[in-house]
Design a protein around this ligand. Structure first.
Ligand code: MD3
Ligand code: FE
Length: 208
C-alpha cells in the first residue's frame, strides 16, 4: 500500500526495506548512541502531562517538549545539556538514497514505545522547512499507525508498521494528521525488552 488515502500524495512505504541483519546493526547503533544521549520523558506544553513515549535525538538538532517552553528544536539534550549524539551513518545513507532531497537531515528523533504507549493524532509543524519530506524507520514490535488528511476531520486509515519498514511523508502527506494507536506486543524479537523504536528523520531549517 503506497497511498493510504485517496487525496494524499507523497506517502511511500517500503515494507521490510531493512533486513534482519540491518535491523540488528541499526538497533545496536541506536543503543550505543543512547549512552551519550539518554531517553527522557517529554511533557506537554502548559499542562506538563508526561507523554507515554520516551524520546531522545541524534544529529545537530533535536525535537523536545516541556511544560514551560513547549515544542521546539534545540541543539542540546534537555537533561544533560550536551549536544545530541551524531546521526547514525545508516540513517544518513537511507535519507540520501530515498528522500530525493538535496540537503542532509538535521534531526533524528528517537521514540521508544513501551507497554501501552501511544501517540495521539497530530501534525508535525515545528520545522521551518515544510518542503522536505520526513523519513520514518520502524524497529521492534509492530505499530498500528493512523494517517488522515490535512484536516483533523478528514477520514483516516490504519497502516501497520513492522520492524524494518521505512516510510516517507512528502508532498501533501507531510502536512497530514497522523498518530500511533497502539503497539502489538510480542510481534518482534529485535528489542530485548520488547516494544518499538521509531526513528523520525527530518530537515528542520531551510537549506541556503
Ligand atoms: C505523517 N512519530 O514523532 S513516524 C512523530 O511512529 C511521529 O513514532 C510516529 O509522528 C512514530 O512526530 C510516526 C511516521 C511519520 C512521521 C512524520 C509524519 C508520519 C508522518 C509527518 C506527516 C505525516
Ligand atoms: Fe508526527
Amino acid at each position: 500500500m503506497t497511498r493510504p488515502t485517496g487525496d494524499l500524495d507523497g506517502f511511500r512505504l517500503w515494507p521490510g526495506l531493512l533486513d534482519r541483519a540491518a535491523q540488528e546493526a541499526l538497533r545496536d547503533e541506536v543503543f550505543a548512541r543512547m549512552r551519550g544521549g539518554p531517553l527522557y520523558t517529554p511533557r506537554m506544553p502548559k499542562s506538563g502531562a508526561p507523554m507515554s513515549v520516551r524520546m531522545t535525538n541524534f544529529g545537530a538538532l533535536g525535537w523536545v517538549t516541556d511544560k514551560e517552553r513547549g515544542y521546539r528544536y534545540q541543539e542540546t539534550h534537555p537533561d544533560t545539556g550536551k549536544p545530541w549524539p551524531e546521526m547514525p551513518e545508516m540513517v544518513l545513507e537511507l535519507w540520501r538514497k530515498h528522500s530525493g532531497y538535496a540537503a542532509d537531515p538535521e534531526a533524528c528523533l528517537v521514540n521508544l514505545y513501551e507497554g501501552d504507549a501511544r501517540m495521539g493524532l497530530h501534525v508535525d509543524s515545528d520545522e521551518e522547512d515544510w518542503d522536505a519530506p520526513v523519513l520514518s524507520i520502524s524497529l521492534g514490535d509492530t505499530a498500528v499507525f493512523r494517517i488522515g488528511g490535512v484536516l483533523r476531520s478528514d477520514p483516516t486509515r490504519s497502516v501497520r508498521l513492522a520492524s524494518g519498514d521505512v516510510c516517507m511523508l512528502g508532498g501533501s502527506s507531510r502536512r497530514a494528521y497522523h498518530g500511533v494507536d497502539r503497539i502489538l506486543p510480542g510481534t518482534s524479537r529485535l528489542l530485548p525488552k520488547g516494544g518499538r523504536i521509531n526513528l523520525t528523520v527530518r530537515r528542520v531549517t531551510v537549506p541556503r
